[in-house]
Design a protein around this ligand. Structure first.
Ligand SMILES: Cc1cc2nc3c(=O)[nH]c(=O)nc-3n(C[C@H](O)[C@H](O)[C@H](O)COP(=O)(O)OP(=O)(O)OC[C@H]3O[C@@H](n4cnc5c(N)ncnc54)[C@H](O)[C@@H]3O)c2cc1C
Length: 306
């Protein structure tokens, strides 16, 4: 089911049709507060009242047009301005293919550099990790950006065999890292096919990242997961390393494991929610379905509630 849904996430024919069905649109609202920046800022304010931080991301990927990449970069500059005006503790997360990586790495770097240059120095601009054929280009641009600005973070995917080496190569640069399991359809030569191997690799990489943070070789160590068992194991590991609760950071997606987001914040841990918004939600939404095919029931329920 996961593979079928991940293939569907890339299907243009399905995308054009699915976005017009009101029951699909209603289901999407479970995972995003709305399509507009104001919807995301409103969600960030509501999260702040629960002591939960937020990261805003404008949905979109694989942009093939320079003018569109420019518009996305300008949009993020506007987001940073609005965050500052509202006094929110929010950060942003960007996809490099949305900033023109497919067109030209240099153009993409220019946009990324401009965005980081405009962000508050004590906040991180996060760079998402996309499918495996983008990992080298993403890491190259991340290294370039990190040389110019310390406040940029990268997402690493525990399902990839290569991530252990990528992490070792990044640590001398004092990166900020968000560790996730990985959301794309990858072959077994590239990614662990069995979930338990991904989970175990996640834990090992997570423990390594915590140790690096302790040794001051990593600026921010964030765990991007909803896996409560893994969070508990890593929290124990952080406590054994002597970290205070607030130094243990978990990032989750809007609408998923809300009780756990609040529990972590209530315990004094750093709990952050990634709030996605925008009209290009189809591939992102279908990846959320693939992570938990039981989510298809929400679609089914919305068909009958029409
Ligand atoms: C902040 C953040 C940023 C991310 N950035 C990236 C990125 O840049 N690149 C990338 O490849 N991936 C990214 N991801 C997605 C990630 O790779 C996983 O696909 C996703 O987090 C699901 O894996 P999990 O760690 O939650 O563990 P799982 O083992 O998949 O899930 C653990 C439990 O969490 C719940 N759960 C998980 N997903 C869902 C869902 N969609 N709906 C409902 N319940 C769910 C279920 O109860 C499940 O049993 C990001 C995830 C987060 C939280």
């Amino acid at each position: 089911m996961r593979s079928i849904l991940l293939a569907a996430s890339q299907n243009q024919w399905l995308r054009h049709r699915a976005v017009n069905y009101s029951f699909v649109r209603r289901t999407v609202l479970r995972f995003m507060p709305g399509e507009k920046l104001d919807d995301a800022l409103g969600a960030a304010e509501a999260l702040r009242s629960k002591k939960i931080g937020s990261i805003l991301t404008h949905l979109g990927e694989n942009i093939k047009d320079r003018a569109e990449a420019q518009q996305v970069a300008e949009h993020y500059l506007e987001v940073l301005k609005r965050i500052r005006e509202k006094g929110l503790q929010a950060e942003i997360s960007v996809k490099l293919t949305q900033l023109g990586l497919d067109l030209s790495p240099d153009l993409c770097f220019e946009h990324l550099n401009a965005i980081i240059g405009r962000a508050e120095k004590d906040s991180i601009v996060w760079v998402d990790m996309e499918a495996s054929d983008y990992v080298d280009a993403t890491l190259d641009l991340y290294r370039r950006a990190l040389t110019a600005h310390p406040n940029v973070g990268i997402c690493l995917q525990a399902y990839l065999h290569r991530t252990k080496d990528d992490l070792a190569n990044l640590l001398p640069l004092r990166p900020s890292i968000r560790l996730v399991k990985g959301a794309y359809n990858e072959p077994p030569e590239i990614a662990f096919p069995r979930k338990q191997d991904v989970d175990e690799n996640y834990f090992e990489l997570g423990a390594r990242i915590l140790r690096a943070k302790k040794e001051n070789r990593c600026v921010r160590a964030a765990f991007g997961t909803h896996d409560v068992a893994l969070i508990r194991r890593l929290a124990d590991c952080a406590s054994a390393e002597g970290f205070a609760k607030r130094q243990f950071e978990v990032q989750m997606l809007y609408g998923i494991q809300r009780a756990e987001q609040e529990r972590l914040a209530g315990e004094g841990c750093t709990s952050i929610v990634l709030v996605a918004y925008g009209s290009y939600w189809y591939p992102w939404f279908v990846r959320r379905l693939a992570e938990r095919p039981a989510n298809l029931w929400f679609i089914a329920r919305n068909v009958f509630e029409a």
